[in-house]
Design a protein around this ligand. Structure first.
Ligand SMILES: Cc1cc2nc3c(=O)[nH]c(=O)nc-3n(C[C@H](O)[C@H](O)[C@H](O)COP(=O)(O)OP(=O)(O)OC[C@H]3O[C@@H](n4cnc5c(N)ncnc54)[C@H](O)[C@@H]3O)c2cc1C
Length: 582
């Protein structure tokens, strides 16, 4: 079937829903479609625990300018500074708007939105930690999704739940719609539209240990890359310091924001040696590296056969009441997965692959860029974790993703609605547009069947973890590139054995694996290219930051078996790059 809409939004997490809210508000009912492979409130945004950063100054003095500076410094100066300033200034309005739309934030005794500390967020340009994260206990993302979804329904946006994006309809440099698979029937549909926004979230599932949901498979960026568009800063993948050992399930930084501390096996608060001012609240890249170094130095707690060594997150000083009131889900996770009560026993943690700083390059209004000189693809937008504005640079600060979703999701939604109001549907032949997808599905049904998807998936995740992890070296990264190329070749021999049309989860998982493989290859190739250490990209063979050669965003194009690389300048309009000390 072919549907026609003014605007089509792919993804119903925080970014997609905010864009949908804005577009449907400007367009009126029935002209905005939201296509989502998950039921909207199951999107990964719902897992966000710690909070959303905004310089409200409700608990102590704070200013958007400090927030913008922290974002730039936290990103190791690869952050576009004009984007960081918009993020910090607009965050205040966005949080108040969420409150007015019904989000039940936790409160101070006087009834204001409460705020807690988070890594890398400081007052006075780095003097000391500041309370900036606005939160709803440890269910902030869940509340954001509920609030936005209700408001989108109220605006009569049209939802297509469990519809899976497979391709973009393109006419040269103009995007004309999308091709999707309806999971309930196995039918292919086209959505013909004036503007499309990709808001498909992250791709942590390419790593073995990750905090990411199963659905985080990078479908949007992979589809864009296969359509010849570049991806930006893909070498920067954040490891969150505190995942539950062996599982990667996230223990929010909010635990440290409330006063929890990291300890090695001697009981030592080791962050005093790595970040004397911010200690456990240093940015994530630094804390994840510190944990790795402690473990390497033999100061970790030795895991059993199935689990690597780990360290402890000690929240016993917080007291039962604070934990149950402010971190109830975390307490529940600890009881469920570790059989411990965090009020009495320190939590065993190790770093977990968490957040993609890179993604589809966009300008400040979410328009997708096609080159390093600011050229755009007409009618195509991206926002949220799948996009790269770039506001997180080489390392995102905690709470800044939720801000990114609402600030840049809103800007993109508004711009696309305005664009669509003045544009016509382009005259693309929609059945031609779906031809590539049909060919792929035929190939998957008729492959030799000699390769098992699970084998390819496990190998990819191990290669990424071992060779493109927290510390990287050139020789290992080149091995990773070669192995991933081979795995992509192997993929052609996969055959779908389940013939079902309805809810063919085998087919969906194979399609998602293809996306992850493409993005893993690009990530590995970009990481090998960047011969310096910056933010989350730490190299044993190039341990220093090299502003002379690498103070640039990377752009990467998928080119058959290879990846072609280029650059894009960083906006440095406000602060001069300095060494990062915390
Ligand atoms: C456990 C955890 C805790 C976090 N805590 C915080 C926090 O406290 N503060 C913070 O700032 N950040 C946090 N983050 C990061 C932040 O939550 C995410 O970066 C953010 O929610 C991503 O939002 P999104 O809208 O871009 O995508 P998502 O919320 O991931 O939504 C993606 C959407 O795209 C849809 N989609 C994907 N592929 C397809 C396809 N092929 N076809 C159709 N639809 C598709 C999905 O159905 C879904 O609706 C956390 C992340 C995790 C994993």
């Amino acid at each position: 079937m072919n549907y026609e809409f003014d605007t089509v939004i792919v993804g119903a997490g925080g970014a997609g829903l905010y864009a949908a809210l804005e577009a449907s508000r400007l367009h009126g009912a029935g002209r905005t479609a939201v296509v989502s492979k998950l039921y909207p409130i199951r999107s990964h945004t719902g897992a966000a625990q710690g909070g959303i950063g905004a310089a409200l100054g409700n608990v102590e003095e704070d200013k958007p300018e400090w927030h913008a500076f922290d974002t730039v410094k936290g990103g190791d100066y690869l952050t576009d500074q004009n984007a960081a300033i918009i993020l910090a200034e607009d965050a205040v309005r966005a949080v108040l708007e969420l409150e007015h739309r019904g989000l039940p934030f936790s409160r101070t005794p006087e009834g204001k939105i409460d705020q807690r500390r988070f890594g890398g967020h400081t007052r006075g340009f780095g003097e000391a930690p500041v309370c900036r994260s606005c939160y709803a206990a440890d269910r902030t993302g869940h509340m954001i999704l509920q609030t936005l979804y209700q408001q989108c329904i109220r605006n009569r946006a049209s939802f297509f739940d469990e519809f899976h994006l497979l391709d973009l309809l393109m006419d040269g440099n103009r995007c004309c719609g999308v091709v999707v698979l309806e999971l309930a029937t196995g039918q292919l549909h086209t959505f013909h539209s004036k503007a499309v926004l990709l808001a498909t979230g992250g791709f942590g599932r390419m790593f073995q240990i990750t905090s990411n949901a199963y659905a985080n498979t990078g479908d949007g960026p992979a589809v864009a890359a296969r359509r010849g568009l570049p991806l930006e800063d893909m070498e920067f993948f954040q490891f969150h310091p505190t995942g539950i050992r062996g599982m990667g399930i996230l223990i929010t930084e909010g635990v440290r924001g409330e006063g929890g501390v990291l300890r090695n096996r001697h009981g030592e608060r080791f962050m005093t040696r790595y970040a004397p001012t911010l200690l456990d609240l240093a940015p994530r890249d630094m804390v994840a590296r510190a944990i790795t170094l402690e473990i390497k130095a033999g100061n970790g707690i030795v895991g059993d056969k199935s689990v690597d060594d780990y360290v402890l997150l000690d929240a016993t000083g917080l007291g039962k009441a604070v934990i149950e009131e402010k971190l109830p889900d975390i307490a529940e996770f600890c009881r469920t997965y570790q059989n411990i009560d965090p009020a009495d026993t320190p939590i065993p943690v190790q770093p977990t692959a968490h957040y993609a700083m890179g993604g589809i390059p966009t300008d400040l209004d979410g328009r997708v860029l096609c080159d390093g000189a600011g050229g755009v693809i007409e009618g195509l937008y991206a926002a949220g974790e799948c996009a790269c504005v770039s506001v997180h640079g080489a390392n995102r600060l905690g709470t800044n993703s939720l801000v990114d979703l609402v600030v840049f999701g809103r800007r993109a939604g508004r711009h696309m609605a305005q664009f669509a109001a003045n544009a016509d549907l382009c005259s693309v032949n929609v059945s031609d547009g779906a031809a590539d997808v049909c060919a792929l599905l035929d190939q998957l049904k008729s492959g030799s069947g000699s390769v098992k998807p699970g084998t390819v998936r496990d190998r990819m995740r191990t290669v990424m973890m071992e060779k493109i992890g927290i510390y990287r070296t050139g020789s290992q990264m080149r091995e990773a590139v070669a192995e991933l190329q081979q795995l992509r070749d192997d993929f052609r021999h996969i055959r779908i054995e389940d013939p079902a049309a309805a809810y063919n989860t085998e087919l969906v998982e194979v399609l998602e694996l293809r996306n992850l493989l493409d993005l893993a290859l690009i990530t590995a190739a970009c990481a090998d290219w960047r011969e310096e250490t910056r933010g989350a990209h730490a190299r044993d063979d190039f341990p220093e930051r090299d502003d002379e050669a690498f103070l640039n965003h990377s752009l990467a194009w998928l080119n058959g078996r290879d990846v072609r690389l280029g650059t894009r300048p960083v906006d440095l309009s406000r602060w001069e790059p300095k060494p990062r000390v915390y």
